[in-house]
Design a protein around this ligand. Structure first.
Ligand code: ADP
Ligand code: GN1
Ligand code: MG
Length: 431
């Protein structure tokens, strides 16, 4: 299945690729909204076995083949392909033949341009996944979770034969392996309010489970990651350098950004004064960083734990809204499709507030709607900075890709500015 695209009411885009034998929940969910010819096409697509992932270049697969014997996996590597739509790592889905049965794993080459200290990052992930598993186990009886089900609800690291959570290859690259969580799917855009609610509940639950992570604090894997004023300064620095000679062609986007400098302080001021608490947060709560169960549609597992570190709940909620409430894809060229969907925003607010319960303080709750604007702006600043710098941070798939992304983020900010009062009213009425 390549991806699902359909005219109304939502445009859903599924990440990665899978072989699907029967129509999963989201196909049924979509089919509900569509006229019969579209439903037939969708069902036909859902049983196709094509792939949207680019074939990995031969050299990359050879590197992977040299690395995988270091991990504690039985059986032999049968196949590998690039997987998912992440902007940071090289992610592979690998199939192993284990005495006749087929098992799948995710291998990742960690982006060391982005993460300067992978061993420390993996130390965080070991602590976080251990804590999550222990919490899920202690609540398993009440929640009716089997051991197998717990392993679908948090990432499981496959260590190397030496017991390390990563392998360092001779060229200095760090690799890691996770159990592939079967019968799950990720999405780049929201399909329905029900799905948005599930995503927000999953991230809210994640926040709750980590709220009692014992000291010491987690390492800061990327310093000042959500420090919006420093992201703004990075843009003005990139503008002054104009390393790729692109500044003259993006005057409108730069003007848009410069006009909104005051927005950059809205979360950091509260954190600096102590009005907003510092918590253990995910910090990359993009919609495609939560896995949905293919049969029930439940948001089962929060993934991409590289930036779990001290932060604000408002970073997490804001980032979820910027990726989860926009029916258009993050690099949509037709900006007319970009907007904040209020029914989806409402579902995100309800899901997050329900899952976090009393944890979220009144000062945080007051800023939930605003946080979406701040974080959408912040990510727009980062895309525009990377475009000016010559695309050194995010993976791009065509020239101008980061500029396309920045434009979408800024259009989303505009839409949120127009709907700020309605978004605030939704939060005020929620839960
Ligand atoms: P990036 O930091 O590059 O975004 P991610 O860790 O988010 O990398 O992985 C990229 C994609 O791979 C995810 O969006 C998801 O589709 C898929 N993925 C990652 N880990 C797993 C897993 N354990 N099980 C199933 N799918 C996964
Ligand atoms: C990156 O890793 P991924 O693709 O889930 C980025 C996020 C951005 C996002 C924009 C470590 O997320 O901060 O918000 O792209 N992750 C990192 O889509 O920089
Ligand atoms: Mg990701």
């Amino acid at each position: 299945m390549k991806f699902i695209e359909f005219p109304t009411p939502w445009e859903g885009k599924r990440s990665g690729q899978r072989i699907i034998a029967s129509p999963p929940w989201y196909i049924k969910n979509l089919a509900f909204h569509l006229p019969p010819p579209c439903v037939r096409i969708l069902l036909q697509m859902s049983t196709e076995t094509s792939s949207s992932a680019p074939a990995a270049p031969r050299e990359l697969i050879s590197e992977l083949e040299r690395v995988v014997p270091h991990f504690n996996i039985s059986g032999s590597l049968a196949s590998s392909q690039l997987y998912g739509h992440g902007h940071i790592h090289d992610t592979f889905l690998s199939t192993y033949d284990q005495a006749g049965s087929v098992t799948r794993y995710i291998h990742q080459r960690i982006n060391r341009n982005v993460f300067k200290n992978p061993p420390v990052l993996m130390e965080n992930i070991v602590r976080v996944t251990r804590h999550l598993r222990a919490k899920l186990e202690s609540g398993a009886a009440a929640a009716g979770l089997s051991a197998a089900e717990i392993s679908r609800r948090t990432l499981t690291i496959i260590p190397t034969h030496d017991g390390a959570p990563f392998h360092l290859d001779p060229s200095g690259d760090y690799w890691r392996t996770y159990i592939f969580i079967d019968q799950s799917a990720t999405f780049d855009t929201p399909i329905s309010p029900a799905m948005a609610f599930e995503a927000a509940r999953a991230f809210g639950h994640f926040q709750m489970l980590l709220s009692d992570l014992p000291a010491p604090p987690l390492h800061e894997t990327i310093p000042l990651f959500h420090d919006t004023p420093s992201r703004f300064r990075a843009l003005t620095g990139a503008l002054a350098r104009d390393a790729a000679g692109r500044a003259a062609a993006v005057r409108d986007e730069i003007a848009f950004a410069l006009q909104r400098e005051p927005l950059t302080h809205e979360l950091t001021d509260g954190l600096a004064s102590g009005e907003l608490p510092l918590r253990v947060t995910h910090n990359d709560t993009k919609l495609n960083n939560v896995l949905f169960d293919e049969n029930s549609g439940e948001g089962i597992c929060v993934i991409d734990l590289d930036t779990v570190m001290p932060g604000s709940a408002l970073y997490d909620f804001g980032d979820l809204v910027r990726s989860g409430a926009n029916p258009a894809v993050e690099d949509e060229k037709n900006l007319g499709k970009v907007n904040v969907s209020l029914p989806i925003f409402k579902a995100l607010a309800n899901g997050y507030i329900e899952a976090t319960g009393a944890l979220i303080a009144p000062a945080e709750r007051r800023l939930l709607a605003r946080s979406a604007q701040v974080i959408s702006f912040e990510i727009g600043l980062r895309f525009l900075t990377d475009h000016l710098d010559g695309d050194t941070y995010f993976k791009i798939h065509h020239p101008g890709h980061n500029l396309d992304r920045a434009r979408v983020m800024f259009r989303l900010v505009q839409s949120m500015e127009q709907h700020q009062a309605e978004m605030q009213a939704i939060v005020d009425r929620a839960g």
